[in-house]
Design a protein around this ligand. Structure first.
Ligand code: NIG
Ligand code: ZN
Length: 405
């Protein structure tokens, strides 16, 4: 007996491995043991997998089925928020000035150091619920509001505990080099990250990736390289926040060290795009950050022109307070002018590449992970067309309906 059949969808829209978007009209998906066993026209799929005989079934008449969304860049574990800074920024305050004055990331660091691990777990679970409601079935979460070994470990343990208590698949990233703690020089702090934090994170198997904020006034290219190389020596794969406000050379560093992804890339040049493409680094664009800071968006068309597929992510954090991959897709189209087909690929299969998931995460094909969403739209184009609302209704994780409207 089949575990789950989703049938009679007006469309099943899914990228394939080579990143094309395949559309099956009047489509269906069957899932067994958490893995997709059939995708195709409803008539064909239901012949072998009749809904009435399945353990569970979803009638998707008039709706669109897509792979579960993958959010490959968040800073979702923290305490407190910074709504007042948001208002100050609307009044003209600058993100980097706020950080230089001890606010921004450093303020969230103080709140996160003061919070218990239990509080961080509860906060994170609440964020996961919102993410899931908007279709995210796999999410990357970074530490980085500790800036000392004890709090970085507390954050990563909180991520691990929350992951065990929620259906979303969670990918943990260590980001001790997220800011320079007050009263320390960047060089001194990098010594601590490399000598104390990376080893303890790796020995306790707390993270898969190591990330760094390579930016003017934060960590230089050379300091960032030290952090990423230390991570690699300890088995943590490199990721990088690159060329967000200034073009320091983060994209080139990502290419040099063979990073899994390079993220932000608002200042990247044609040469950077080419270097990332040649090195097989997945670019991750974060339209929510540009939206809330009212800066220009990253130039998605430059990546498209160079045939380098990009991922998109929410960048959910106290500065960019949106957990919704639906909204990231809306902004990718309405802000960065990506086509709906590109945006869907960027939020699924390419996003899975950005976190090195090779088990079919982000696609619906036989043998892939049984993660999907059912959106109340007649076709995938209507997702960003009808922007700013919750189109996702039903969410399936590893073949189980984890949210049903
Ligand atoms: N740019 C650095 N880190 C985050 C922001 C974190 C924060 O402001 O709390 C980002 O990716 O946007
Ligand atoms: Zn970030």
């Amino acid at each position: 007996m089949t575990d789950l059949v989703v049938h009679d969808a007006s469309q099943v829209a899914t990228p394939t491995d080579d990143s094309e978007l395949v559309v099956i009209e009047d489509g269906a998906v069957a899932i067994d043991d958490g893995v997709v066993t059939a995708v195709g026209p409803t008539e064909e799929v239901t012949r072998d997998h009749p809904p009435e005989n399945a353990t569970d079934a979803v009638d998707a008449t008039g709706k669109t089925v897509l792979p579960g969304f993958v959010d490959p860049h968040t800073h979702a574990v923290f305490a407190g928020d910074r709504a007042d800074e948001f208002s100050a920024k609307l009044d003209g305050a600058d993100y980097q000035d706020i950080l230089a004055e001890g606010g921004g990331i450093l303020r969230t660091v103080r709140a996160t150091r003061d919070a218990s691990r239990t509080r961080l777990v509860e906060n994170l679970l609440a964020q996961f619920d919102v993410m899931l409601a908007h279709g995210t079935t796999t999410v990357e979460v970074k530490s980085g509001y500790g800036l000392d070994a004890e709090t970085e470990v507390k954050m990563l343990e909180a991520i691990d505990e929350a992951a065990g208590r929620h259906p979303i698949d969670v990918v943990p990233t260590f980001m001790g080099a997220h800011a320079v703690p007050e009263d320390t020089s960047a060089d001194e702090y990098v010594d601590r990250v490399v000598d104390e934090q990376v080893p303890v994170v790796a020995e306790n198997d707390l993270a898969e990736f190591c990330d760094v904020f390579c930016e003017e006034g934060v960590f230089s290219v050379e300091q960032s390289r030290r952090v990423l190389e230390a991570g690699t020596e300890h088995g943590l794969k490199p990721k990088i926040h690159a060329d967000e406000f200034e073009r320091l050379g983060g994209a080139q560093l990502a290419a040099d060290v063979g990073a899994t992804s390079a993220d932000h890339l608002l200042q990247s040049t044609e040469a950077d795009v080419e270097a990332l493409g040649d090195a097989g680094v997945t670019p991750v664009l974060l339209p929510g950050t540009a939206f809330t800071l009212a800066t220009d968006y990253a130039d998605a068309s430059a990546f498209e022109a160079a045939d380098v597929p990009v991922a998109i992510a929410t960048d959910f954090n106290p500065n960019c307070y949106s957990q919704s991959m639906e909204f990231a897709i809306d902004l990718a189209c309405n802000g960065m002018r990506m086509t709906p087909a590109s945006a869907v690929r960027s939020a699924t299969v390419t996003a899975a590449n950005a976190i090195d998931r090779t088990d079919g995460t982000g696609t619906l094909r036989e043998g892939a992970l049984g993660d999907l969403v059912v959106a109340d739209v007649p076709d995938y184009e209507h997702l960003p067309y009808n922007f700013g609302v919750q189109n996702v209704q039903t969410v399936v994780k590893r073949g189980e309906v984890v949210r049903r409207d």
